[in-house]
Write a protein that binds this ligand. Sequence first.
Ligand code: FES
Ligand SMILES: [Fe+2]
Length: 445
Amino acid sequence: MNSPVAFKDFADLDFARLPLKISTERYHSPEWQEKERRAIWMKTWQIVGRADELPNSGDYKVYSLLDQSWIVARGQDGKLRGFVNACRHRGNALCEGKGHAGRFTCQYHMWTYGLDGRLLAVARPDLVPDIDKAEHTLVEVPVDTFAGFIFLNPDRDAQPLAEFMTRDVMEGLAPYKLDEMTPVGMDVREELDCNWKVVMDAFSEGYHILGVHPELLAVIDLEPAAATWGFYGDHRTAGSPFEVKNADVCSVEQQVEAIRSLPSTFPSVAEVLPTFEAMIAPHLSADGTYAFPAGESVRTILQKATRQTLTAKGMDVSGLTDDQMSDSRGWFFFPNFFMTIRAGEATTILMTPHPSGDPNKCIWHVTAYMWLPEPLRQQYRAELVEVKEKGSYPYFLALQQDYDQMERQQRGLRNEGLTHISLSQEEFCVAQFHANIDKYVSRAG
Ligand code: FES
Ligand SMILES: [Fe+2]
């Protein structure tokens, strides 16, 4: 079974096309942030939640970005719709947070709207005798779903979501069954003292593993030649195999230990470990070393154990390759969504600028997803945690390391004496992200 989409090798990456120098202004200047607001945030599809957060007609939530806000509501026909969060009378904000309603009644002068945005009634109709109700529906914006996520686009003339996401992204992710995954263990939102792009950059490269996550060196092959990339529209994927072939770097026994420690970053591996241990046990010699038969390795055994465990749990893994059983791939949806995904689990990071408009701050929303059989999904669903006190949330090790690093980077970037940063070839995806940003900003003029 091959992946349904084609990946590129390091040698195929076109470095001539992308600038490896990036101005630092875009990380701290309010003027640049305003450019992004107009060119990117008001023009692109962005994830505003999960479809199963709003399962019933009448369920709604507000999506806010900088000083803008929209309502996403499920109508009586079961369809999700998006509206500008403003009453058509004198503009009062209609909704806050999340909830359930049969209709939306504005608190100010009691105009009432249906879940489909139609103006149903006005208070004292004798005072507005000539109102054309069809002219005063809530302002609708495009909403659609993909992979279980609700996407909204503030631009009423936006291209369809499927076109924006591209067929490659949709087909590449379909076998993972992300739409059947549930937040388990971690769903957390917190303010960070860095620009939103600092976070996107950090999750766009593996170069920092050397400095920030040394414990992953025993698990992931960091040679750029071992990695594979895919670029589809404005989006991309990149992944390195979970295997260190060079025994001088990491012995087989060290690799076994590294797999045993994986659950701290990839919680689903915990349920695979008993099968993995049973499969490696026969190959343990008296001197404590492992000798696997030809064609078998720590990696292939982890793959077999994962396939067996997920199948026993009830997940259809027939569309997933052996590589996808072990390796975690990074997927990036422009502009602000990153996830690592492997068979049975994903961790997603959604970045938004800070509501105050301060470009030195942002909000990150990190969620761990796991595939569970349908009857267990509600029971294990994680509640959203809004972190108020800095440093109080217990992120898993790799995430905590990134969290600390990103704020440190912003403290350097905001120095006016530093005019630009320079990227290595390994940071090709960082360069590609910023080239995309430039494309949108220059398009908006
Ligand atoms: S502003 Fe909503 S009814 Fe007046
Ligand atoms: Fe990291």
